[in-house]
Structures are given as C-alpha cells and as structure tokens.
Ligand binder design. Structure first.
Ligand SMILES: Nc1nc2c(c(=O)[nH]1)N[C@H]1C(S)=C(S)[C@@H](COP(=O)(O)OP(=O)(O)OC[C@H]3O[C@@H](n4cnc5c(N)ncnc54)[C@H](O)[C@@H]3O)O[C@H]1N2
Ligand code: MOO
Length: 247
C-alpha cells in the first residue's frame, strides 16, 4: 500500500500590529488569529503545522525566517503584508523571486495576485524548491486563499490525484440577494440546506473579509461570477463545499 509522509507546513504571520491570541489587547494591535486558523486547516487536511509565530514588517528578518523555514518544512504559508502598502514585506519578497534555471525549479514565481475577492493579494511561488503561499492578512481572505490554493496542494502532496484534489462544487439556489462592490469574482461564505428537495445557499452574516465569526458556520463558498453586479435571490449559483460537508 503506498503511503505518504504528512507534509510539514510552516506558518508565519507578518505584521507589527500582531499580538499572541492570549495577550491583552493594546491600542493599534490585533490578535494573531490567522496562525491558529491556518494551523487548524492544515491539520484538517492531513498536514503537520509548524507554527513560527509573528514577525514585524522587516524584510531582512522575514527573509531570514523564510530561509530557516525552508530547511524544516515542505511548504511555507505566510499571512499578511502581501498587498500594496509601504510595509507589505511579503509582496516585495514575492516580487523578488525570479525564475532560476540553474537548478530545476529551485525558484519560480507561480502567481502574483488573483482576480477574486476576498483574497486578491494571494500569491504563490517556489522558493529554494519549496512551495511558498503568501496569503492575505484579512482573516476571511486568508481562509479563502487557503481553501482554494493551499488545501489542494497539500492533498496533492499526499498522493491525491490532480482532479480529486480540487474543491468539490455543487449547484444551489440562492436564498437571498447578494450585492457586490467590485467586479472581481466573489467567494461568499454560506450555509447550505435542502428545502423541497432543492439545495439552497443562504449567505452568512459577518462575512466581510476582516471578519472570522461566520467561518465555523460555513458549509460552502458561493462563487459569484466576475462582473458588475451580484446575484438575485432564486438564481442558481455554484458553491464550493468546505471540507466536503454534505458528501
Ligand atoms: N491601495 C490598495 N490597498 C489595498 C488593496 C488594494 O487593492 N489597493 N486591497 C485591500 C485588500 S482587498 C486586502 S485583502 C488587503 C490585504 O492586505 P494584506 O494581505 O497585505 O494584509 P495586511 O495589510 O497585513 O492585513 C490586513 C488586515 O488583516 C489583519 N491581519 C493581518 N494579519 C493578521 C493575523 N495574523 N491575524 C488576524 N488579523 C490579521 C491586519 O491587522 C489588517 O487589519 O489589502 C487592502 N489594501
Ligand atoms: O481581497 Mo480583500 O480580500 O477583499 O479583503
């Protein structure tokens, strides 16, 4: 019987404002909820999380931590600092990863930002031969980036075939109007239920990118296609199942 080692996944949160979850809150600070969330998601899909803690937005310190992580981990996941701000250290590091043909696939940018919300700054590269995912700092965006990109990669590393590693999608009837503010494709946390033999998707409250509260209640992510408007109640929509709930 073929067996695979559990992928070791290093998790590094960047941001000078971050405090450990147990620390009392101070003005201008925020608790590092992403590290615990990402660690739980890694375990859920068979990986072994290695928590590397929090780093301030210091390029040299973050680069050194990544180089160290590459020695212990198969995959590295960072959160935060990947957008367009002056202190977005991961964005600069990801942009600096050029294709290096001297060693096969040692360094290679994979994608730099994604046309989706939440999680448009999500980026990925191969660095020193290891997969590196730079997820957004906003917890909702971090979650979507993990589900769409990190989970399939961890499944592939555990021998799951390419197609089977992709998120499972179902069709459901939208139970409420959904408006969106940007033309990007949108992923909306939703509850799923069956009524009259028909699967319905009811978007959850507290679903903003900065909010975590609805993540544990989400059965799926509704895909609202790219375009100017949202979708009206009663429309048939595609829904990605989370952790294969319903199956
Ligand atoms: N000029 C523009 N600015 C921004 C844009 C844009 O298109 N143009 N996009 C915005 C969007 S959308 C997102 S999403 C954010 C993403 O920025 P980052 O991924 O670099 O994330 P941060 O700025 O570091 O953090 C965002 C937010 O999340 C909090 N955070 C960060 N890390 C954690 C953590 N480990 N646990 C909990 N919360 C965390 C952080 O304090 C911020 O509040 O960029 C926009 N800007
Ligand atoms: O892409 Mo940001 O993720 O809308 O919150």
């Amino acid at each position: 019987m073929p067996v695979y080692a559990r992928p070791r996944v290093a998790v590094l949160a960047t941001g000078a404002e971050l405090q450990p979850v147990e620390a009392p809150l101070a003005p201008g600070c925020i608790r590092d909820s992403n590290s615990a969330m990402v660690a739980a998601l890694i375990e859920q899909c068979g990986g072994q999380p290695i928590l590397l803690g929090r780093l301030e937005d210091e390029p040299a310190a973050v680069s050194a931590a990544l180089a160290d992580a590459m020695r212990h981990a198969d995959v590295i996941v960072t959160t935060g600092g990947v957008s367009v701000g002056d202190y977005d250290v991961m964005a600069a590091i990801m942009r600096g990863i050029g294709e290096d043909r001297s060693e096969a696939h040692a360094n290679k940018p994979l994608f730099d930002k994604v046309s989706m919300r939440p999680g448009s700054p999500t980026s990925a590269a191969v660095m020193n031969g290891k997969l590196l995912f730079a997820l957004s700092g906003n917890p909702g965006a971090c979650f979507v980036g993990f589900e769409l990109f990190v989970r399939p990669a961890l499944q592939r590393l555990q021998g799951v075939e390419a197609e089977a590693s992709l998120p499972v999608q179902v069709t459901a009837k939208l139970a409420a109007d959904f408006d969106k503010g940007s033309p990007h494709e949108r992923f909306v946390r939703t509850r799923l239920y069956v009524d009259g033999g028909v699967l319905h998707a009811d978007p959850l409250a507290f679903g903003k990118s900065s909010m975590m509260a609805s993540i544990p209640d989400a059965d799926g992510l509704i895909r609202i296609p790219a375009g100017a408007s949202g979708a009206a109640s009663g429309t048939l929509v595609e829904v990605i199942l989370l952790n294969n709930r319903l199956l």
